[in-house]
Design a protein around this ligand. Structure first.
Ligand code: HEM
Length: 396
């Protein structure tokens, strides 16, 4: 048996991480990586306990290994990189734009976007489930929520893809990020300025007009910097993750045709199938934290200021939590998973992601009840944040 080794930058492990994560859960539930100087927790209960305890496991220095190590942490204005109480103030404000009512109201628009991409493929014999569909839908949805003009949406999506891309072992990607980051930032800056001058009935205008209560009890509006940080967060967090979820749907249903036939016959199973997909292949499988005091796990002390990775993707396959965890089962009962995170930073866009996933699958199954994947032409994304397919050609 080779030595147990894990890091989030290794392409081979990323392509098939489950055997490694299983060994970590069994042999090294507190795992140590000397090369990149981090610890990792991989069992469901441990990941959950650490996720809740934000005082000990802080997000304030970043939640991605290389960001925590980066000398320039300019992007830390984002609430995903804050601890309470700063985090809660910002989250309280932006949550209104993501209320269940607001999200439910988006269904017709989401369906329109989904149908637009799928209708174009009817009778084509095959298409790229990610590049032609899964990666396009979420950016269009968020952009439409924000009121971004249709002509600009593809460009923003491409910039976000480039911002997340990592070469193997690329732990200090600042150089290639600076230029694209600057372009994205300047686009959004222009957009915010325009909306300030001419308010409209969209989420951007809501955010511009919303008031934040400061620690001294005063009220103020969001600064441009805070707004930009939020836009960048949405464009990244809401775009890449859903694209990966849909990619995993295209791949997993092709691998399990009997499960697919079951859902095609009974569309009421789709919401549960989405939860099962999220458990089975987490689009965002690693959340990094900085340890704020010495902690003890499995007889070892993890010193204050260490970086610890919470492997939410491994938690979804923990045999201590799920019977037969490597089986994909759209009828699995009680699919409670940590793939949207847990506690303070629980995914703000979870309801939106679930809506997009459900509508996408409803419309895919209505047109293409069966398909196969052309595995020789499949490509993966290479990032240390999201995991999944960049290209997934299918044939039907
Ligand atoms: C399948 C799709 C998605 C997955 C798997 C996912 C996953 C996650 C995870 C794991 C976290 C927690 C990160 C942490 O604990 O450090 C998170 C947070 C977040 N997600 Fe998602 N996400 C998805 C879709 C979305 C969408 C559609 C949006 C918005 C349009 C979104 C916006 C956010 C935001 C703003 C946060 C930060 C919340 C906070 O700091 O309080 N996500 N997401």
């Amino acid at each position: 048996m080779p030595d147990l080794y894990y890091d989030p930058y290794d392409y081979e492990i990323d392509a098939a991480p489950h055997p490694t994560w299983r060994r970590m859960r069994d042999e090294a539930p507190l795992y140590r990586n000397e090369r990149y100087d981090f610890w990792a927790l991989s069992r469901f209960q441990d990941v959950l306990d650490a996720s809740i305890d934000h005082e000990t496991y802080s997000s304030a220095r970043g939640t991605v290994l290389e960001i925590i190590r980066s000398p320039q942490r300019a992007h830390l204005q984002s609430m995903i990189f804050m601890d309470p109480p700063e985090h809660d103030r910002l989250r309280g404000l932006v949550s209104r734009a993501f209320s269940p009512r607001r999200i439910a109201g988006l269904e017709p628009e989401v369906r329109k976007i989904v149908c637009h991409y799928l209708d174009a493929q009817v009778g084509s014999g095959g298409f790229d489930f990610v590049a032609d569909f899964g990666a396009k839908v979420p950016m269009m949805v968020i952009s439409s929520m924000l009121g971004i003009p249709e002509g600009d949406r593809d460009q923003i999506r491409q910039w976000m893809d480039q911002l997340l891309h990592r070469e193997p072992g690329e732990t200090h990607p600042e150089a290639h990020l600076t230029e694209i980051g600057a372009k994205t930032f300047s686009y959004f800056a222009g957009y915010v300025a325009e909306r300030r001058k001419a308010p409209r009935d969209d989420m951007m205008t809501d955010l511009l007009q919303a008031e934040l209560e400061t620690s001294s009890g005063e009220k103020r509006r969001l600064t441009d910097k805070e707004l930009l940080a939020f836009l960048m967060l949405l464009a990244g967090a809401g775009n890449e993750t859903v694209a990966r979820l849909l990619g995993f749907a295209g791949a997993t249903f092709a691998e399990y045709p009997e499960q697919r036939a079951n859902v095609v016959a009974r569309s009421a199973l789709i919401p549960n199938a989405i939860e099962e997909l999220l458990r089975y292949e987490a689009p965002s499988p690693v959340q990094a934290r900085t340890v704020m005091r010495d902690v003890h796990w499995y007889g070892t002390t993890v010193a204050r200021d260490s970086v610890i990775l919470l492997l939410t993707g491994s938690a979804g396959r923990d045999e201590r939590q799920y019977p037969d965890p490597d089986r994909f089962d759209v009828e699995r009962s009680n699919v409670r998973h940590l793939s949207f995170g847990y506690g303070t930073h629980f995914c703000l866009g979870a309801a939106l992601a679930r809506l997009e996933g459900r509508v996408a699958l409803e419309e895919v199954f209505a047109r293409f009840p069966e398909w196969e994947v052309d595995w020789d032409r499949v490509e993966r994304v290479h990032t240390s944040t999201v995991r999944g397919y960049a290209k997934l050609p299918i044939l039907f």
